[in-house]
Design a protein around this ligand. Structure first.
Ligand code: SAM
Length: 276
């Protein structure tokens, strides 16, 4: 099966009189070389279930189907359904299209049996909330290969001590090994966005931290005032912030960006212990 036998994406968009709707974060990848590279980065997809959010005209969808995946694609914009429909027959039934808002759709219900990989060129306006939902998801959610704006990608993989290090890095790395795989220049998209994008892989780590809600609470307070010492910043969480820090064995004078994954786990555990 070779996607080159299909009409080009540009011709399809033109034939259907479609254009990008910026309000829906639509920046299309019409070059199959790039979408094939994304599919390849996700590993061997033959026979695997994949959830794709925002197939749009279907450039990445074509590459995923070509790799042998069973794809469930969730698209909010109904205009693209006629472009995606022919891919169902072409893939011999390995494509299911769900029309709706990926933030509202019950994605767990779309997965049967084993877990599904999540592979998407995400709309920039809902990329972060989708990622946080997936981080919290159960065993139905497999490894993720996701395209974000480059700056968001850098925040996901950031390490302590860097400006990009914050809540997103702590939450993502609590569940996954996160890697920035490659960047894609703005000019590769139609229409080009203002800034470059990057592909990040997030593979489940062997020792995931289970209490993401607690981690969200402590990181919100800690990074809410990232320039302040934790003993001040954490007052947003509790009046006796210094005692909480002692319970977590963290220096009250440290700042949020100096605290590593283990430190934030200890802080979330100490905070949880007080709620019980
Ligand atoms: N996958 C296509 C590609 O790579 O060319 C399109 C990617 S474009 C960046 C984002 C896509 O997500 C658009 O097709 C847009 O309509 C869709 N979208 C935006 N918000 C959505 C939402 N909340 N749920 C599902 N799809 C959404």
């Amino acid at each position: 099966m070779n996607a080159d036998e299909l009409p080009t994406l540009r011709d399809e968009l033109e034939a259907h009189g479609l254009w990008a709707n910026k309000g829906l974060g639509q920046h299309f990848l019409l070059d199959l070389n790039i979408t094939r590279r994304i599919a390849k980065t996700a590993g061997d997809l033959a026979g695997k279930q994949v959830i794709e959010v925002g197939p749009g005209p279907g450039g990445l969808t074509r590459a995923l189907l070509e790799s042998g995946a069973h794809v469930t694609a969730i698209e909010k914009d109904t205009r693209f359904l006629p472009l995606l429909e022919p891919l169902i027959a072409w893939s011999e039934g390995r494509l299911t299209i769900v029309q709706g808002d990926a933030l509202q759709v019950d994605q767990a219900a779309l997965v049967s049996g084993a877990s599904a990989a999540i592979i998407s060129n995400l709309p920039y306006n809902v990329g972060t909330p989708l990622l946080v939902n997936w981080l919290k998801a159960g065993a139905w959610r497999g490894d993720m290969t996701l395209m974000f704006q480059k700056e968001v990608a850098q925040r996901i993989v950031a390490k302590p001590g860097s400006d990009a290090y914050g809540r997103l890095a702590v939450l993502a790395q609590a569940r996954c090994e996160c890697r920035l795989e490659f960047t894609v220049p703005a000019r590769a998209f139609t229409p080009p966005p203002k800034i470059a994008s990057a592909i990040v892989t997030l593979r489940d780590r062997a020792d995931p931290y289970p209490h993401l809600d607690a981690l969200e609470r402590v990181t919100a307070a800690a990074f809410g005032q990232r320039r302040k010492m934790l003993r001040s910043a954490l007052r947003a969480l509790t009046p006796d912030a210094e005692a909480l820090l002692n319970e977590a064995r963290l220096e009250p004078t440290a700042r949020a960006e100096e605290i590593d994954q283990a430190g934030f786990r200890a802080l979330a555990d100490a905070w949880r212990a007080r709620q019980i």
